[in-house]
Structure formats: structure tokens, C-alpha cells
Write a protein that binds this ligand. Sequence first.
Ligand code: ADP
Length: 495
Amino acid sequence: MTQACLLSTFIIVILSTVAYALSKSALRDVARSNGGVDREGVRALELGLSMLTNSLSIVGFLLVCFAAATAYLLAVQLTVPLRELVSKVLFLRPGQRPVRSVHTGDEVEVLDVAFTEMGDRLALTHELQEQELLSRTEDLRRQYKLDRVILDSIHYCVFAVDLQGVVTQANPAAIKMLGDDLVGKTFDAVVQLHEHGMLMTGENPIRACLRTGVSYRSAISAKLSILNQDGANVPIILSVAPLSDHNAIFGALIVLQDITEERHLDYLKSEFISLASHQLRTPLSAIRWYAEMLEDASKNFTDDQRQYVAEINHSVQRMIDLTGALLHAARMEESQTQAELRSVDIASLVSEAVADTQESFASASIFYSMDLPPTPQMVMTDPMLLRVVLQNLLTNAMKYSPKGSSVTIRVEQKGDRVLVHVTDTGIGIPAAEQSRIFEKFFRAQNVRTVDTDGNGLGLYICKSIVDRLGGVMSFESVEKKGTTFTVSLPLQRNA
Ligand code: ADP
């Protein structure tokens, strides 16, 4: 409409100007052709025309004003609801539901409806998310409290370290044992590990776990201990587990189990065994002495009587062996057996141990072969203790192999270690029982009928000795095929 008004105004002004100009020139022409007659009449006519033109211009001007006013009103009517809509969008807050406010009946109202619905849906989603967040936060809070209570009530020392080894968290037991200022210190400063009473020399298991990400748990036989905050030596079992996220290690969790009481009980048990074995030795020796005398004087005995005396002798010997083994085990446990280290050629020591058991091999009808390195393999060890180990392994290989089979003794150098393998082709160790083989008094099911005299202490003593000598004892076995026991010892440096 505004445009129509403007256009008609424009046409009126043009037409009136053209009409005024044409009429004026026509009047002049008429005046000229009439020889200048009635100038007054022409002037009056010109005046009339000029008034007409002015009136038309005023009409045009009014039309322009009208058009402008109409345009302004229309613009105001359109922009106000739009502005309201924009401010509604801009000031919409999370969780707030918008209210419909535009009722213009045109596209802007449609826009307002769409926006209001969208705002409703957003507010609903926001509410749901907030509820979810609250419930998850509550779950996490409960879980945290539970974890904290568990951690606080554990009487083992539990603490975590970051990748640099700095303690980040610790439970009350750890703080009690290692000091109030534990958190923030590096583990080296608070956990000084001792092995068999001496400061640990190898890589600290905590550092090794941080480096490799491999968990660690010390064996009781490792005899680990630490100094507590009062400087007292506390026997412990150490467990270290890596803390990782998407395979990236960011620290480790350390558990120190104080086994002072268990050690004390073990000590009392060993004391008792040691005392009992010691006390039994004298009467047993006397019995054996008299049984040997009886055997010597058995010429006039009946066959049955000779059999009884032989039985007595055999049983007494078994009891003496058992008390000897018990005494040995007790002494190993209480560290009463001190290792006397010397530089020894392991190949010669193995030859000597085999020579000692040569007769037993012959009477058991078992062959043996040796595979020794051509050059001496020097180790710093206690030859007496190591001989006990070798003799035990050789005796077992004989005991648990059938007549006519063979046993191989091999010595080889591997890196900075020397390995002694004793291999037999005997009855083997059942796979299900292999994990218990170094336990005290353990005997596998399949040997109980083959050898009834065993006591299950030999391998326990061997393992304790090898541990004490800084070696590693291992085995591989397949039932009914055979077994290889291996003793690995560090080679002497600069030998
Ligand atoms: P013992 O021989 O007196 O029973 P050990 O401690 O020497 O005690 O051995 C423990 C157990 O290990 C044996 O009873 C047997 O079950 C198993 N064992 C040891 N050596 C061998 C071997 N060479 N072959 C098969 N089993 C073996």
C-alpha cells in the first residue's frame, strides 16, 4: 500500500508538471497567433494552472506522508514480536521452560510455537540429566565411603604411589607403621626393604613394578622386612600391583602385610621341633646302637628274629633321618645355619656329589651320565650346603625312577648364571600338585606307594638353602615321563 501511495504521488507530480508546462506553451502559442491579444486573460489562465499544479503537489506530499506512516506502523507491528522471540531465546536458562508470548497469527507465531516446544523438550532432557547426575554422584559418594571404610579397617599397610614413586594415599595402618608424614614422600625414603636381615641389593620390587607394570608378591621364604618409624625391624610380605588406565601405568598400589605374629609362631614351632629332634637323637642313637649289636649277634637267631632286628634297624634309621631333617629345617628357618661362602668350581662340586651317591645308583640299578662344561664355573657359595641340595636331588631322581632308567646331571653357563640340571625319566610329578612341591612335608599322591619312607622335607630344605645362597630353584615335570630339577646360581664376578 505504501508503495502504491508513493507511486501515485510520483505520477501526480509528473503529470501536473507536464500539464502545467504544456498548457503554458499552448497559451503562448495562442497569444502569438492572435497577435498578442488579451494578455490579461492569458496571465489569469497561467495563474489558474499554477494553482492547480500546487494543489496537486500538496496532495502528492500528503500521500507520501501517509505512505511513510503506514510503513512505520507495519514495521513496528512485525519487529516487536520478533524481538520478543529473540530475547526469549537469548535469556533461556537451563531447566527453564519458555512460555508462549506471540499471538500475531502469522509466521512469527508459528516460530514461537516451535521454539516453545523445543524449549520444553530441552528443559525435560535437562531435568532427566540432572536426576541421573544426582543419582550417579550419590552412588559414587557411597562407593567412596565404602572403599574408605574397607581401606581404613584393613590392618595391612596399604598405600599408593605415583609414577615418580611419591606416596599419594595411605591407610591408617600404613601411617601408623611408616609415619604421619608418609604422604608426599618417595617410597625409597619410607620403605627400606631388607632381605634375610640385610638391606636389599637388587632392584626394589616397587620400582620394578612401576617400570615394567608387572605385579609382585614376595614369598614367605624371601624373609623380607622393613624398618618401621621407630626403627624396629618388621617382617613383612610385600605385594605390589600396577595402577593403569588404558594400559598406561600411572602408579602402583603397595600392600605390606605385617607377619610378626606368624613369624613368632613359626619360631615357637621350630623351637619345639628343634628341641624335640635334639632330645630324640640320644635315645634313638642308643636304640640303633643296641639294634646293631643285636644284628651282629644274630647268628643264632631264627630267620624271623633276624627279620625283626633288620626291621628295627631300618625303622630307627628312618627316625634318625627324620629327626635330622627336622632339625635341619628348623635351623634353616631360624637362620641358625649360617652360609659360609667360598669361591667354588660348581662342576667339581657336582662331580663330588655324584661320586658320593655312586653306590646308591649302583644298588638302585640306575645309570647316570654327566655333562660338565670344559672350563671351571666359579660361584661364591657354601659348598657344604650346596652339596646337601645336590645329594637330595640325586637321591630323589633315584627314588622316583624305575630300575634300569638313567639320570643325567648337566652343568651349563647361561649369561651371568650357572645352571645345574638333574634330569630323570621317572614317575614325574602330577601337574595338579606341582605348585605345592616345595611345601614342608608335602608328598605327591603318586609316590606314596613307590617310596613309603619319605618325609617331604628334602625339597623344602633344598629350596631354603638355594634361596639363602641367592639362587633360584625350579623344575619341570611330566607325570610318567620324568622330571628335571634346576638350581641356578649367580656366577662369581671377575672369577
Ligand atoms: P621325600 O622325597 O622325602 O618325599 P622331598 O621333599 O624330597 O621329600 O620331595 C617331596 C615330593 O616331591 C616327593 O614326595 C615327590 O612327590 C616329589 N618329588 C621330588 N623329586 C621327585 C622326582 N625326581 N620325581 C618325581 N617326584 C619327585
